[in-house]
Write a protein that binds this ligand. Structure first.
Ligand code: G3P
Length: 217
């Protein structure tokens, strides 16, 4: 499973990209709003740091508008994936963009039927929002598992990107059900690396080493 960061914050992207295992970035209008920046400028800044898919979301809600925005975004950089909301207008846009060879990420997916429709339209990625389902007492991870199962039934090439991740367990569960990608806020990514037994074990190694340091040649 690939790790993507779900942020438009450049400092966080620089920090975690330096670990060498971030393979893409997802943004959305809320994440761009948090940064208060021009979206094109920020996407191009990100592209200099991360060499992988960068999702940039359209604002238009009609197909023509989505196509206009999506084509413009795709021309910014070859790594831009046009993020399109899961609506009937969005499906029409994905069909056209995909025929033009522009990669797409269908977002705000909350059901298996939506995921299948996005796939049939030619989506490169589908993004089930598991945390937001958990937030309303629905089982978000069960949806991710269902989509993967269904895509396998039909040998569908659209990748499943587990989105709206709230904690490290969501990441582990995403791997267990076979998600292609998980996108997560930087604080979740940070949590994935640490373990108290690693810290404790390292502290013991270092203090024991102090005892034999004088014998080292
Ligand atoms: O980028 C889409 C998704 O990951 C949003 O997550 O936390 O706003 O539900 P969240």
């Amino acid at each position: 499973m690939q790790f993507f960061l779900d942020t438009a914050n450049i400092d966080a992207i620089k920090k975690y990209a330096s670990w060498g295992i971030i393979e893409g970035i997802t943004t959305n209008p809320s994440l761009i709003a948090k940064e208060g920046v021009d979206v094109k400028t920020r996407i191009l800044e990100i592209a200099k740091i991360v060499d992988g898919p960068i999702s940039s979301e359209v604002i238009a809600t009609d197909t023509e508008g989505m196509l206009r925005e999506g084509r413009a975004m795709a021309a910014w950089h070859e790594n831009v994936y046009v993020k399109v909301p899961m609506t009937s207008e969005g499906l029409k846009a994905v069909k056209v963009l995909s025929a033009e060879g522009i990669p797409t990420n269908v977002t705000l997916v909350f059901s298996a039927s939506q995921a299948m429709m996005a796939a049939r339209a030619g989506a490169t990625l589908v993004s089930p929002f598991l945390g937001r389902l958990d937030d309303i007492s629905e089982d978000g991870m069960a949806l991710v598992a269902d989509i993967i199962h269904i895509f396998r039934n039909y040998n569908i090439q659209t990748k499943v990107l587990a989105a709206s991740i709230r904690h490290p367990l969501h990441v582990v569960q995403s791997m267990k059900v076979g998600a292609d990608i998980a996108t997560m806020p930087p604080e979740i990514f940070e949590k994935l690396v640490s373990h108290p037994l690693t810290d404790k074990g390292l502290a013991t190694f270092l203090s024991d080493w102090e005892k034999v340091k004088k014998f080292q040649k």
